[in-house]
Design a protein around this ligand. Structure first.
Ligand SMILES: CCCCCCCC/C=C\CCCCCCCC(=O)N[C@@H](Cc1ccccc1)C(=O)O
Ligand code: ZN
Ligand code: ZN
Length: 478
């Protein structure tokens, strides 16, 4: 009874251009080609050192010339857009994405060069296509359309494009937040990357599921180090700095943090999805109070689903030694941990200290933060319900559930500006795609990219609706 399957089984119903007919289809197609070209050219503006704002201005002329849009550069490379609404009394919302990427090497067996943006078999390949240039281009392309169509939004909104998300967002997102705070802005909701539509990734689940993450894990990086005087390799001590440190990190790997499945937002996620699982998983998922420990044992067998079960431990760097015949005087290792919602940074540190259990190993916190608060997802939560409605407008038979982001996003810096922070992009991911994030052969299908543009195009309009969808019990005048 494994939870992972090797192939997607879901069927997605898609309505293209329902609102706008053939003309919209044509414009969309035209712009998709243009945007694909932009993605290909992405490296000209998406790298921190080569982030030419004029490139965006050329690609999205209406965005940059419209009187409704105010654009400013933040910390030289990040972008903040304000799109004026016709009803200033309505609280604004904010979309986030980032233009920087993690490194990629041509030596790493990519099917196409990682910065070519080449298309192969219907996929645009390249570093950043999933994380997170697809969102950058999707949001701007959708804004370009909506302005071209002459649509005036009623509710104003912000778009923030950070340039250093992959190194904590301390210049980009943090300064955007500072500016908005200075201006007294409070946001109705925030939408960032961090979750998606999973198809065939959760074994036993019938069809794809759109998971709108209502929280994200905490994180910490710990530096473990051992020091001793250097000596001649011909007269080694019984234990070396390297041996002591290697044993400590091995203990951390062999003693994973405790299972917490069902005690965080992932519990609600699986309960929401329960009825879509095949028997007996539907019964099991509906009774997490009883079966959570059993499900946790199954989920932990796979790297992706294990991330929902516990605080994860990843030894990411190990440095020691200066010469092969000198006993190293110093050894250090870095451990990257993602903290489950049911745990705190303090508890994790106590646990690591006890597992390492060796006073010769110094443990320092490089950085660390607790899991993020859980945003509301009840029937009266405007942001969640509008994102959900937008997904259902595109994919009427899609199951939509609250989810959890197992990594971190720029949105974590926005928690003083809104209590409704969601992480979701409408891309459909299949088995094998999780490994493309920060990995090789990162790619986006043409369909996913088209869906991205459509999603934001519809979201801009849905944010102007006067009432939450009919099916909701509580009706809100906005
Ligand atoms: C990490 C990807 C796992 C894939 C899971 C399965 C599919 C889930 C659906 C899709 C969404 C995945 C979105 C991933 C967003 C990742 C954003 C990111 O890489 N953030 C960095 C931020 C960071 C944190 C700490 C230090 C430096 C940068 C990260 O979390 O490492
Ligand atoms: Zn990202
Ligand atoms: Zn990333």
């Amino acid at each position: 009874m494994g939870l992972l399957s090797s192939a997607g089984t879901g069927k997605i119903v898609r309505i293209v251009g329902k609102m706008d007919g053939a003309k919209y289809r044509d414009i969309l197609e035209e712009n998709l080609l243009e945007s694909a070209r932009e993605l290909r050219l992405g490296r000209r503006f998406t790298f921190q050192q080569d982030n030419d704002p004029k490139h965006k201005a050329k690609s999205f002329p209406t965005v940059f010339s419209s009187s409704k849009v105010k654009h400013e550069l933040v910390a030289n490379y990040s972008h903040l857009f304000w799109v004026q609404g016709s009803r200033p009394e309505l609280q604004p919302y904010m979309l986030l994405a980032h233009t920087d990427v993690v490194p990629a090497s041509e030596d790493d067996a990519w099917e196409v060069p990682p910065f070519s943006g080449d298309e192969k078999d219907g996929f645009i390949y390249g570093r950043g296509t999933m994380d997170d240039k697809g969102s950058v281009m999707g949001i701007l392309a959708a804004l370009e359309y909506i302005l071209m169509k002459g649509y005036t939004p009623q509710r104003g909104f912000y778009i923030g494009l950070g340039h250093d998300e992959e190194v904590h967002g301390l210049n980009g997102a943090v300064n955007i937040v500072r500016l908005l705070k200075e201006r007294g802005v409070k946001l109705l909701f925030v939408l960032d990357e961090g979750s998606a539509i999973l198809d065939g990734i959760l074994k036993g689940l019938d069809g794809p599921a759109a998971l709108i993450a209502t929280s994200e894990k905490g994180a910490t990086v710990l530096k473990l180090s051992v020091s001793m005087p250097p000596s001649h390799a011909s007269m080694p001590p019984r234990e070396t700095t390297i041996g002591i440190l290697a044993a400590a990190v091995k203990r951390l790997e062999e003693n994973p943090m405790k299972r917490l499945f069902g005690l965080g937002p992932e519990g609600g996620m699986f309960e929401h999805l329960a009825h879509k699982f095949r028997f007996p998983l539907n019964f099991v998922m509906s009774n997490l109070w009883l079966f959570a420990p059993l499900i946790a044992r199954i989920m932990e067998r796979n790297e992706t689903t294990n991330a929902f079960v516990r605080t994860t431990t990843a030894v990411t760097m190990f440095n020691a030694g200066v010469k092969e015949n000198v006993i190293a005087s110093y050894a250090e290792a870095f451990v990257n941990m993602r903290i489950h919602s049911a745990q705190t940074l303090k508890e994790v540190l106590e646990c690591v200290e006890s597992t390492v259990g060796d006073p010769r190993v110094k443990i320092e916190v490089v950085y660390g933060f607790d899991p993020l608060p859980i945003s509301p997802y009840d029937e009266t939560s405007f942001g969640f319900q509008i994102i959900k409605k937008t997904v259902l407008d595109m994919f009427p038979s899609m199951i939509v559930a609250p989810g959890m982001c197992i990594a971190n996003t720029d949105s974590r810096h926005f928690k003083d500006l809104s209590s409704s922070i969601y992480r979701f992009t409408p891309a459909i991911y299949k088995p094998g795609d999780a490994q493309r994030f920060h990995g090789i052969n990162e790619r986006t299908s043409r369909e996913n990219y088209e869906g991205m543009v459509q999603f934001f195009f519809r979201l801009f309009q849905n944010c102007d609706i006067k009432k939450l969808p009919e099916s909701h019990t509580s009706v809100h005048e906005l």
